[in-house]
Design a protein around this ligand. Sequence first.
Ligand SMILES: Nc1ncnc2c1ncn2[C@@H]1O[C@H](COP(=O)(O)OP(=O)(O)OP(=O)(O)O)[C@@H](O)[C@H]1O
Ligand SMILES: [Mg+2]
Length: 397
Amino acid sequence: MFEEIFEEELNRESVFRDASKLSPDYVPRVLVHREDEFRQLTRIFRPVIENRMSQRVLIAGSVGVGKTVLARRFGEELETRAKGRGLNLTYLHLNCRKDKTPYSVIAKILQHYNPRWPYHGLGPEKLLDDVVSYMNAHDVYLTLTLDELDYFIQLNGPDLLYTLTRVTEESGAPNRISIIAIARDKNFLRFLDAATQSTFMHNVLMLDRYTAPQLRDILSQRVGEAFKSGTVEEDTIDLIAEIASKWGDARFALELLWRAGMIADGERKNTVIPDHVRQAKAEVHPEVKREVLRELHPHEKMVLLAIVRKFMASKRAYVSSDDVEKGYHVVCEEYHEKPRLYTQFWEYVKRIEGLGLIDLKPPKSRRMGRHFRISLQEVPVSWLEKELEKLLEGRKT
Ligand SMILES: Nc1ncnc2c1ncn2[C@@H]1O[C@H](COP(=O)(O)OP(=O)(O)OP(=O)(O)O)[C@@H](O)[C@H]1O
Ligand SMILES: [Mg+2]
């Protein structure tokens, strides 16, 4: 019986031609409305290709404006063009939310050159020395993107960036590592020393939020790649563009499009209509990225769950950190975990804030003592509770 269900489902008509073209990791050949920024990056990197210099650039902009995809697409082109000119330059894209320590960033650079490099037990400086000697010996160049770098600097301070930008200064050899930093805004630069700060300040690319017409173009282009022709109505694209333009967020727009397509398939319709978008909207929230929730440490998930539950029980705009800590203890009990001590709990709260999931405000009056006020982004709390419970599910037994 299950064989039949399987075959039946696979043979069913679908509105999609290739749904993978809607996945967040897919890098399209053409990035509509980012031609100017691509050109600017090319200009900045011209001396890297022509004169073997190194460059530093910061790409900043709010959620879903194409920072990551622009860097990746540029990296592809850079590699190919450099090779065509006899320069051995490769591109490496690291996400600092995943590689959260200097050690892990440098180890990734080493692995980029040799997956079997014996690096265990060595400190980050020694590792970096190895990288530099390797690059000098093999005459290779690297363009390294540090994506979501603001998060990394908040956690680790500026040392890594300082070291990377000055890697070879002492040896007098040319610096072979160029850096593309990506962050939500450029405020984090103030944590860097004046010299490092200014090298990035020279080249800042600010990506604006997309307008509704721009989002419409992005969506139309992707519809062509991902859907069978004639399955997505114009009105559907217009409605998605309209909804997502409130945030100017292309990721949100594409996720709505994908979900609307799934709903159409689920209803066995052969066109995606505006009503499918309305249904999809109830399941997607631009303020919270699912992958961010997934990657939280289990205790961070529990702290966030405690915050969410406090909000479900109260209509106020804020909850106090003290109440949240008590709630966290209750959640720990539910999941048979030992609650962490206050300082660790507070670290978790700050990490969750760093990821943009909550806002922290200092106490309003002295009477409140050390109790911070916590507010939540504009997300339906019941949805967030469900998501977190799903992620924590395996821990209950
Ligand atoms: N100009 C564009 N043309 C086509 N697709 C785009 C464009 N800009 C963004 N996208 C798509 O929108 C989604 C979000 O883009 P991206 O991940 O680059 O955003 P981001 O600015 O890095 O967001 P975040 O700050 O959340 O990391 C991706 O699927 C990307 O392919
Ligand atoms: Mg990104």
